[in-house]
Ligand binder design. Structure first.
Ligand SMILES: CC/C=C\C=C\CC(=O)SCCNC(=O)CCNC(=O)[C@H](O)C(C)(C)COP(=O)(O)OP(=O)(O)OC[C@H]1O[C@@H](n2cnc3c(N)ncnc32)[C@H](O)[C@@H]1OP(=O)(O)O
Length: 280
């Protein structure tokens, strides 16, 4: 295995295609429930891959029978004694503030990662799983998949991304509220028709083949173009059109001077598809 492939306890990282990194949630015996180790490692993984020049695209999936059962509730309960010992509401709140901020930073790392992140979901994607997929660039699933914003059944408002990002992915605001307020399962066909996922595959095997092909296609493009597109789309989501036009003008005043632009324009003009871009 190349030294440029990070190694973790709760995530399995491989390189199935040139420049395509596959990150697998790897606690199959606990249906990929997210314990403290996994929350920490998710942040470390995407921060590391963001600056890894051998990585151009990242595909995330779950090992075993389902994508993820959400937060590891047993692990979460370990915070209870610490809270009980804290003197008063201000001290208890500080402990929770730190925990929530750490988890939020972990799930913002996919968005902050300069490389596109594609999620391939099979079977269940529950609770924190929906927070996670709301933070990636493109979602795919298999026919047996469902998405469940389960936090309401735990007596809490989701706090690591779903309520902030899902309404910007699904256009139907009433539907977002219904999903979050009832905790009902959104099945694959509904996820497709409402734009949460881009494609539904017959089964996990076909999904992984299909998603890796899409990732390979993206990885064959200029990394200057791909990283610029990701950054600018996220910027445009959060800013006005005017500000976003300024952002891309500032970006491209540098990036249009790159070798990638010159060689891609030449390849288009000469109808050549034999083009290799430097690592970024
Ligand atoms: C600051 C807070 C930040 C984030 C908060 C996020 C909130 C959420 O994520 S809410 C969602 C919480 N998750 C759930 O409610 C799901 C609970 N699990 C299930 O409903 C089921 O396990 C299942 C996903 C439907 C799968 O069922 P099945 O296939 O029958 O497997 P099981 O036998 O139930 O599970 C196998 C094994 O995994 C353990 N496990 C399952 N889910 C969790 C979990 N969320 N946390 C910890 N452990 C979990 C289960 O106990 C089994 O373990 P054994 O040791 O084999 O008993």
């Amino acid at each position: 295995m190349s030294s440029n492939v990070p190694s973790f306890k709760s995530l399995a990282v491989t390189v199935p295609k040139p420049f395509v990194y596959h990150v697998e949630f790897n606690r199959p015996e606990k249906v990929n429930a997210m314990n403290q180790t996994m929350w920490t490692e998710i942040g470390q993984c995407f921060n590391e891959l963001s600056f890894n020049p051998d990585c151009r695209v990242i595909v995330v999936s779950g090992a075993g029978k389902l994508f993820t059962a959400g937060i590891d509730v047993k692990d979460l309960m370990r915070v209870a004694p610490e809270l009980a010992e804290a003197e008063d509401v201000a001290r208890k709140a500080k402990i929770l503030q730190q925990l929530i901020s750490r988890f939020q930073a972990s799930f913002s790392s996919m968005e902050e990662c300069s490389k596109p992140v594609l999620a391939a979901v099979h079977s269940a994607c529950i609770g924190a799983g929906v927070d996670f997929v709301s933070g990636v660039d493109i979602r795919y699933c298999s026919k047996d998949a469902y998405f469940q914003v389960k936090e309401v059944d735990m007596g809490m408002a989701a706090d690591v991304g779903t309520l902030q990002r899902l309404p910007k992915i699904i256009g139907n605001q009433g539907l977002v509220r219904e999903l979050c307020l009832t905790g009902r399962k959104m099945m694959a066909d509904e996820a497709l028709s409402q734009g949460l996922v881009s494609k539904v595959f017959d089964d996990k095997e076909k999904m992984m083949d299909g998603v890796l092909k899409i990732a390979e296609d993206i990885a064959s493009k200029s990394p200057v173009a791909v990283q610029g597109i990701k950054r600018s789309l996220i910027y445009a989501r959060d800013h006005s059109v005017r500000d976003s036009l300024d952002q891309i003008a500032s970006w491209n005043q540098f990036m249009l001077q790159s070798d990638d632009f010159a060689s891609a324009v030449m390849a288009q003009a000469t109808k050549s598809d034999d083009i290799e871009f430097s690592k970024l």
